[in-house]
Design a protein around this ligand. Structure first.
Ligand code: KG4
Ligand code: ZN
Length: 355
């Protein structure tokens, strides 16, 4: 029986994360610095700014994770670090730090693909056999893929423009939701989910998104624009041009969230049919939903209905594992370590890659 303790470092976007995970999937040390509040107030991630914050926090975060694990760096079996995809300036901070660390302590390095790490995290908490269907939805991505093995993914569909989390964030910002006391500290998506609970989803309708070609791709730009236009119209009806603080915000949020759900379900249905026809999934058909948007309980519930209709079970990691963190990177390191893959001969020559 192989024993392993791997440190994972994540800096691909706006969260600085580090964690130590062992071969059993136990989290033995975890630390995270989230820039969510800054991102919300800036209305997006500013590369230079995100880089500066990563630089400021990375050393503390890594040391914190190691200290919680009660480990000296020399006791680690490897350092896993996100190298793609992500913002170059942000990725660079984590990668340089990891290089420095493996050099100083003579450790192996395992470069990690951020989306693959999201995809495999569910295996840390649940028994899921390959191949299974992965549905990732975050602020930067929306994709469907068949996870065939630890390092073998078949991409079925991708996002052609704006990702769902980004649409949530932009609409939340336009509605100035963060000025509501019950929304402090929440992400744009979480704010909209919250308001939607007391809204009527049939108030503001939007046409469904259709592609000319049948595919499993996503496009959320149209939905976002449609609801931005509704906000403008409501403002002028209510005589509050430009303020964003419309009286029926909860109805708008509920309708918008419903439109997002409908658009998430269509490519998923297609992917499930495609997988069935080509016998691409394991006997116990499993769909793993992850990424920040998977925190949304309303969306999760709707997606689960689609899965059940197709005879598949839906697995969603707990919210803290759905959003960006160091744990998923460490776990991906463990999965690669256990099957002897993913090591690099010369860590110092590893480069980050753009999205
Ligand atoms: O995966 P993640 O932490 O970072 C990346 O984008 O890679 O996802 C963050 C995104 C944000 O856009 C945020 O608004 C969205 O996930 N999000 C949600 C919810 N919680 C977070 N979207 C919808 N509903 C939520 N409850
Ligand atoms: Zn992510």
């Amino acid at each position: 029986e192989i024993r392993a303790r791997i440190l994972g470092i994540e800096t691909s976007c706006d969260d600085t994360g580090a964690a130590v995970v062992n071969e059993k999937g136990e989290i033995i040390g975890n630390a995270l610095h989230s820039q969510t509040e800054t991102t919300v107030s800036l209305g997006g991630v500013l590369p230079q700014y995100a880089k500066a914050l990563h630089k400021k926090h990375i050393d503390t975060i890594v040391k914190d994770a190691l200290q919680k694990a009660q480990l000296h760096p020399k006791e680690l079996d490897a350092v896993a670090v996100t190298v793609e995809p992500g913002m170059p300036l942000s990725l660079e901070v984590g990668l340089s730090y990891a290089k420095q660390m493996v050099l100083e302590h003579g450790l192996p390095m395992i470069p990690i693909h951020h989306m693959e790490a999201h995809a495999l995290t569910a295996r840390m908490v649940e028994q899921i056999d390959f191949p299974f269907l992965v549905f990732l939805a975050s602020g930067g991505h929306c994709l469907l893929a068949v996870a065939r093995d630890v390092d073998d993914f078949l991409l079925l569909g991708n996002c052609t423009d704006c990702a769902p989390g980004d649409a949530f964030d932009k609409v939340a910002r336009r509605l100035k939701l963060k000025t509501l006391p019950e929304c402090t500290g929440k992400s744009g998506g979480a704010m909209i989910e919250h308001l939607s609970r007391c809204g009527n989803r049939d108030t503001f309708n939007a046409p469904d998104v259709f592609f000319k070609k049948r595919s499993c791709n996503f496009s959320f730009h149209g939905i976002k624009s449609h609801y931005m236009r509704y906000i403008l119209e409501e403002e002028s009806k209510q005589g509050i041009e430009g303020s964003g603080v419309i009286s029926n915000a909860s109805d708008l949020c509920a309708s918008f969230q419903y439109a997002i759900l409908r658009h998430m379900c269509r490519p998923l249905q297609r992917a499930l049919v495609f997988c069935d026809n080509n016998n691409l999934l394991a006997e116990t058909k499993t769909v793993v939903l992850s990424g920040g948007v998977a925190c949304n309980r309303y969306l999760r519930h709707g997606i689960e209905k689609v899965c059940v209709t197709h005879g598949a079970r839906l697995v969603v990691p707990p919210p803290e594992l759905c959003t960006d963190n160091g744990i998923m990177i460490a776990w991906n390191g463990i999965e690669k370590y256990l099957c002897g893959r993913g090591f690099v001969d010369d860590p110092q020559s590893v480069c980050y890659r753009n999205r």
